[in-house]
Design a protein around this ligand. Structure first.
Ligand SMILES: [Zn+2]
Length: 263
C-alpha cells in the first residue's frame, strides 16, 4: 500500500488515521464473522458469499477489441463495435473485469465508502486477469486521480488502491504522480454523454514532476467504474498530449449494453 495517489503531507495524517482504523477493524474481524460485501450475510472467507459470487457477471470474449464491450454473439476475431468506429476514444484499448450491476456496484461502494480496503486484492486480481494482454506490454499503471478536495474528504483514492493491488500481482509499477485532476469536476451521475465530456474537459493535467513518467511510456489507466468513458478519455488525452507512447484502460466494472458489431 505504498502508492496511494498523490500523497501530500496533511493527507498522510488522514492515511495514518485510516491505517489505525484498519487495525481496529482487523481486530474486530477476529471477533466477528466477516460479512458479504454485497448482501452483508456472514461469510466463511472474505469478500462475497457464494450466492452473490454466482451472480457476478465477468466479462469474457467475444468483446470489442477496442472498447472491451461484450458482444452477444461472436463476430470473429478483431471485429470492432459500432461504438468504437463511430466515436473512437483517445485511449487504445479498454478492458473491464465485470459488468456494472447490483453486485459489482455493492463491491465498489463497499471499497469506496465502506472502508472495505480488504476487497482490493480480490478486485485487483480480477482486473489483472481481464487485462493480462495489456499489462504484459505496460510500463506503468496510472490511477485516475481524485481532485485533492475529494481525496481529502475520502482519505484515499479507490483507483490508486486498485492500481496498487494490480501492481502487486503483475509487477507493473504505479506512476502515482503522472496525472493530476486540476479541476474539481461535478459527479458524473445524472449527466448526459455530452455533458460528461464537457464536465471533464481540461480537468486532468500531467504535472511537471510527472512528465518523465509519461513521455514515451506505455501506460494503463486504472479506474473503478466506467460509464460513458468520458473520464478515462479525458485522462488519456492529457497523457497523450504529454507524449505517452500508448494509453490503455483497465476498469473494475463497466456499464455494458451489448455492443453492436461493425458488420
Ligand atoms: Zn452475499
Amino acid at each position: 500500500m505504498s502508492d496511494l495517489g498523490a500523497i501530500t503531507l496533511p493527507s498522510r495524517l488522514k492515511h495514518a488515521a485510516a491505517a489505525v482504523r484498519m487495525v481496529l477493524r482487523t481486530a474486530l474481524d477476529l471477533a466477528l464473522p466477516p460479512l458479504c460485501a454485497a448482501c452483508r450475510e456472514p461469510v466463511d472467507g472474505k469478500g462475497l458469499c457464494p450466492a452473490c459470487w454466482s451472480k457476478l457477471s465477468f466479462i469474457t470474449r467475444p468483446y470489442c477489441e477496442r472498447l472491451g464491450i461484450p458482444f452477444v454473439y461472436d463476430p470473429g476475431p478483431g471485429i470492432l463495435s459500432m461504438e468504437a468506429i463511430a466515436d473512437p476514444p483517445a485511449y487504445n484499448r479498454a478492458r473491464a473485469a465485470v459488468r456494472f450491476d447490483e453486485i459489482s456496484r455493492a463491491l465498489v461502494h463497499a471499497l469506496k465508502y465502506g472502508d472495505r480496503l480488504d476487497l482490493a486484492p480480490m478486485m485487483g486480481r480480477w482486473i489483472g486477469q481481464a487485462g493480462r494482454e495489456l499489462l504484459v506490454e505496460a510500463d506503468a499503471l496510472v490511477p485516475v486521480p481524485l481532485h485533492w478536495r475529494r481525496l481529502w474528504a475520502r482519505r484515499f483514492n479507490q483507483s490508486a488502491v486498485l492500481a496498487a493491488a494490480i501492481s502487486a500481482d503483475s509487477g507493473v509499477p504505479v506512476a502515482a504522480a503522472a496525472l493530476k485532476r486540476v479541476k474539481p469536476t461535478a459527479q458524473q451521475v445524472g449527466l448526459s454523454r455530452p455533458e460528461r465530456a464537457t464536465n471533464v474537459q481540461g480537468a486532468f493535467r500531467v504535472p511537471e514532476e510527472g512528465k518523465t513518467a509519461v513521455a514515451g511510456r506505455r501506460l494503463v489507466l486504472v479506474d473503478d467504474v466506467l460509464t460513458s468513458g468520458a473520464t478515462v478519455d479525458g485522462c488519456a488525452r492529457a497523457l497523450l498530449r504529454a507524449g505517452a507512447a500508448n494509453v490503455d484502460v483497465l476498469i473494475f466494472a463497466r456499464v455494458a449494453d451489448p455492443g453492436r458489431t461493425s458488420i
